[in-house]
Design a protein around this ligand. Structure first.
Ligand code: NDP
Length: 283
């Protein structure tokens, strides 16, 4: 039997439609939702990401503020911009597009964002809140994966979940969220021994390593759900994930494709966080 290909685009569109309704209801009560997006420099990939985020903002009925700083801007200038946005009561969410130019300290910039406006969920306070179950923003890609699992009716309770990759924005928050779902969680990384065997334990395998088509059928347990976060280019320059999707179709029960799987969920969850910001800011 061939695996189900999970349609992340469709799930993301449903979430954006729900958000649009919530925003319309907020607007009726006189509340607007405003996201400020800060882009430093002209990194082409970042420009595409920012453009997509702004398009999603418009679709959901948000007010959008785009702040462009030149590549040569001093870190202090960016920090001052963040301070202004922190203090502006009309701004609900602040997103500083990463990566920043090499002369800037990303950690310092992220720490400067007011945690109640940290819609990317990267601030140490957001990360800490997630790990001890307090309210706060959750990093968008892992939050999107939880939505995929819930909306596909995939029960995580008591399941073996293996997450490969332990970055601060994907792997680690993913681990915390899967614990919250009552899965038995294994975090694997580049030092993990016998990775194939470890992955073959997984009822739910989540891959976030950034290596094109690394995971083939040898890593997959029969009937596993495979969630592929990777966004990579194959040898022909074509977009692909960390998983060799074709090769695992006969073993897995369900798999997210790349493109069209986890990717679209990330922006949908950013929109979700912006609406949630209103709730957190009212507390
Ligand atoms: P990082 O480069 O920050 O982290 C990669 C992780 O993978 C590290 O923990 C590393 O281990 C581990 N790793 C690398 N090689 C191996 C290996 N051979 N075996 C086991 N573990 C390995 O990546 P990110 O988390 O930022 O991104 C991962 C992928 O997800 C990328 O393709 C990225 O483009 C994509 N991504 C997609 C998003 C989306 O919207 N869908 C959002 C963010 C990322 P160690 O810690 O030991 O070095």
């Amino acid at each position: 039997m061939s695996a189900q290909i999970i349609n992340g685009k469709e799930i993301a569109a449903a979430i954006r439609a729900e958000i649009k309704e919530k925003v319309a209801a907020l607007n009726e009560q006189g509340t607007e939702v405003t996201l400020a997006v800060v882009l430093v420099g002209e990194n082409p990939a970042s420009q595409v990401y920012v453009r997509n985020k702004i398009r999603a903002c418009k679709e959901c009925g948000f007010i959008n503020r785009e702040i462009l700083l030149p590549e040569t801007a001093a870190e202090e200038e960016l920090l001052q911009k963040v301070d202004e946005l922190n203090e502006d009561p009309k701004v609900n969410g602040i997103l500083v597009q990463l990566p920043l130019p090499s002369h800037m300290d990303e950690d310092r910039v992220i720490r400067r964002i007011d945690p109640v406006k940290d819609v990317d969920g990267f601030h140490p306070q957001s990360v800490g809140a997630l790990s001890i179950g307090l309210p706060g923003f959750v990093s968008c890609t892992p939050a999107g994966i939880i939505q995929i699992l819930h909306r596909q009716g995939i029960d995580c309770d008591g399941k073996e979940c293996v997450i490969v990759g332990r970055s601060n924005i994907v792997g680690k928050p993913m681990g915390m969220l899967m614990l919250r779902e009552n899965a038995t969680v294994t975090m694997a990384h580049s030092h993990t021994k016998n990775l194939k065997e470890v992955c073959r334990r997984a009822d739910i395998l989540i891959t976030a390593i950034g290596k094109p088509k690394f995971f083939n059928h040898e890593y997959i347990k029969d009937g596993a759900v495979v969630i592929d976060c990777g966004i990579n280019r194959d040898e022909n320059g074509k977009l692909c994930g960390d998983v060799d999707t074709e090769d695992i179709l006969e073993k897995a029960k369900a798999v997210t494709p790349v493109p069209g799987g986890v990717g679209p969920m990330t922006i949908a969850m950013l929109m979700y966080n912006c609406v949630d910001a209103i709730r957190l800011q009212r507390r």
